[in-house]
Design a protein around this ligand. Sequence first.
Ligand code: APR
Ligand code: PHB
Length: 388
Amino acid sequence: MRTQVGIIGAGPAGLLLAQLLAVRGIDSVVLENRSRDYVQARIRAGILEQGTVDVLTGAGVGERLHREGLRHDGIYLQYPGHRQHLDFPGLCGRSVWAYGQTEVVKDLIGARLAAGQQIEFEISGTALHDLETDRPRVTYADSAGVQQVLECDVVAGCDGFHGPSRPMLPAALQQTWVRDYPFAWLGILADVAPSTDELIYAWHPDGFALHSMRSPSVSRLYLQVDPDERLESWSDDRIWSELQHRMAFEGWQLQTGPITDRSITPMRSFVSAPMRHGRLFLAGDAAHIVPPTGAKGLNLAVADVTVLCEALTELLAHGRAGLADTYSGTALRRVWRATHFSWWMTSMLHASGDDFEAQLQLSQLRYVTSSPSAAQSLAENYTGLPLR
Ligand code: APR
Ligand code: PHB
C-alpha cells in the first residue's frame, strides 16, 4: 500500500489531521490498534477552545458540534464561602464549548468513512522504518492478521503517550521533561441534568472538585483523590456526598443520578522535544501530556495538527520544506504555554496537605476572582491563545 501521509493513531490528533489533509487533497491512511467501538466509547475531556471549534468547523465536522455543543461564556471559581463567575467574553472576547472528545472522535470517524477514506482498525505490531529517508514505511498486521507494508512520504505519529512513534527518536537527539503530581482525578459520568449552567472549579481543604457536563441531561464530575486510590473504595453514595461536601455553597444543591462511567486518572505533565525527526512528525499526546485541570489536552492536539497540516501541505503539494522545518518549534511554543497554564491551574486548586501552600492558593484565588487583569490572564489562556 502507498499513501502520502501514514497516520498512526485514530485519536483526535490522527483523525483530525487526516480530515484537514483530505480537505487539501492530500491522501492519508489512518492506522489504529483498537476497534472502532473502543475508540468511540472512550470517555475523555470535554471543553473545546474557540479556536478548536473554528478548526473543526473549517474542516467540515462542526455540524453536530454547533447543534449539540453548549457554549460557555465563563467558569465559576470557588473556595469555601465564595463562588465567583469569570465572564470570558467580557475579559478576552472569546468563549469555550462543552462537547465531549468522544463526540469529536465519532464525528471525525463518521466524516472520514462517509467520504470513502480509509481507517484500518484493530491492527497490531505497528513498526516504523526508514524515517531518515524520503520513503518511510510502516509495517503492521491488519485485523485479519495479514502482514502489511504502508509506504509513505511522511509518517505522522499521533499514537498517544504509549504509542511506538516517540521512541523512534534517537535518544541522543531527544529531550524530555516530566512532572508527576501527587494527585489523581476520580471522574464520573452521570445521567442527571447539570446542577450548574457553567463549570465549577472548587478549591476545598479536603481536595479539589469539578462540576462539568456533556449535555443538558448528562453531568461530568471529578474529585481529587490520591494516585493509589482504588475505584472499589468509592461507592456511589460516597462519591456524591464527597462532591456535595467539597462543592457546598449556600443555597445551592448538587443533583445526583445514576453513574454510567467512572475512572481514576493520574496527573502528569510531560513534554518531549523535538516533535520531528526526519520524515516522522509527532502530534498530540505522543509528544506531550498535560494534567486535565485546564482542559488543554484535546485543544493542544488540535493546535498541533492544524500547524502540521499546513507544513505537510507545503512539503507534499509544493515541495517547500520551510514550515516542516519550523513545525516542532512552533508547536512547542504553544505546548509550553499550555503546560504552564495547566500546571498553574493544578497548583492553585489541589490540596497538598501543606497549610502554607493552602494559604497561598486562597490568596491566589482571591486575586484571580477580584483583579480584572489576573482574571483576564486566566480567561485568555483558558479560551486559548491564537495559533501563532
Ligand atoms: N498502533 C496504532 N495505533 C496506536 C498504537 C499503535 N501501536 N498505539 C496507540 N495507538 C492509538 C491509540 O489506541 C489511540 O486511539 O493512538 C491513538 C492515540 O489517541 P489519543 O490517546 O486520544 O491521543 P491524541 O489523538 O493525541 O489526543 C489527545 O486525547 O488522551 C487525550 O487528554 C488527551 O485530550 C487529549 C487527547
Ligand atoms: C471535562 O468535562 O471532562 C473537563 C472539563 C474541564 C476540565 C477538565 C475536564 O478542566
